[in-house]
Design a protein around this ligand. Structure first.
Ligand SMILES: O=C(CO)[C@@H](O)[C@H](O)COP(=O)(O)O
Length: 220
């Protein structure tokens, strides 16, 4: 399995999104992470399905769409139709996680479940056989630029162990929040495969230097 870096466009210059996406692509971004927030599930608002549609027009890289919204079932279809390759639904946002994952897959996209820092892995274990990805939040969701919660490293480790001990489970582990040149190594050592990074990459004048550094640190 090759480790991947996913720039989070939440930290891009929104007035120059196409420029930033092209720059990230040229610098070696493996995929793009798009945060959709509704101001209810998380105390912030961000992109809508039209941004996914716009992104689909300007890049061929996979689009990893993170739904931080209540009632995600109502938006899954429009997100997949807009061009998402992977749709990630929060375990805390619906009583129908299994149905949501099934919906995403029936629409032809990859499906992932997201767990907040306070959510136990046991709550999502039944989904392991049907998901493609599990996103472990390493900050409280809603904002870029927060500090990595160091306690999450053990959670990633336990998840990797669970994955290894269950033959039916073939999903990738993604981490999101506070990823930089120090925290990425901890997550990679713990077993993560996909690393979302926002402010560390877009907050620098040397995007290329930073993405290369992250790639070097998690080369497998
Ligand atoms: O989902 C989120 C925030 O809730 C993220 O995708 C952020 O965009 C990550 O930003 P950094 O912590 O890397 O600055």
């Amino acid at each position: 399995m090759t480790n991947k870096i996913a720039p989070s466009i939440l930290s891009a210059d929104i007035m120059n999104l196409e420029r930033d996406v092209k720059m990230a692509e040229a610098a070696g971004a493996d995929l793009f992470h798009i945060d959709i927030m509704d101001g209810h599930f998380v105390p912030n608002m961000s992109f809508s399905p039209s941004v996914v549609e716009g992104m689909r027009k300007i890049t061929d890289k996979p689009l990893d769409v993170h739904l931080m919204i209540d009632n995600p079932e109502e938006y899954i279809e429009s997100i997949v139709k807009a061009g998402a390759d992977t749709v990630l639904v929060h375990a805390e946002s619906t009583n129908h996680t299994y149905r949501s994952i099934q919906m995403i897959k029936q629409l032809g996209a990859k499906a992932g479940i997201v767990v907040n820092p306070g959510t136990a892995l046991e709550n999502v274990k039944e989904l392991f056989p049907i998901i493609d990805q599990i996103l472990v939040m390493t900050v409280n969701p809603g904002f870029g630029g927060q500090k990595f919660l160091s306690g999450m490293t053990k959670k990633i480790q336990r998840l990797d162990q669970l994955r290894q001990t269950s033959a039916a489970d073939d999903f990738q582990i993604e981490v999101d929040g506070g990823i930089n040149d120090e925290t990425i190594t901890k997550c990679a050592d713990a077993g993560a495969d996909i690393f979302v990074a926002g402010s560390y990459l877009f907050g620098s004048d040397d995007f290329e230097g930073r993405i290369n550094k992250l790639k070097d640190l998690v080369e497998d």
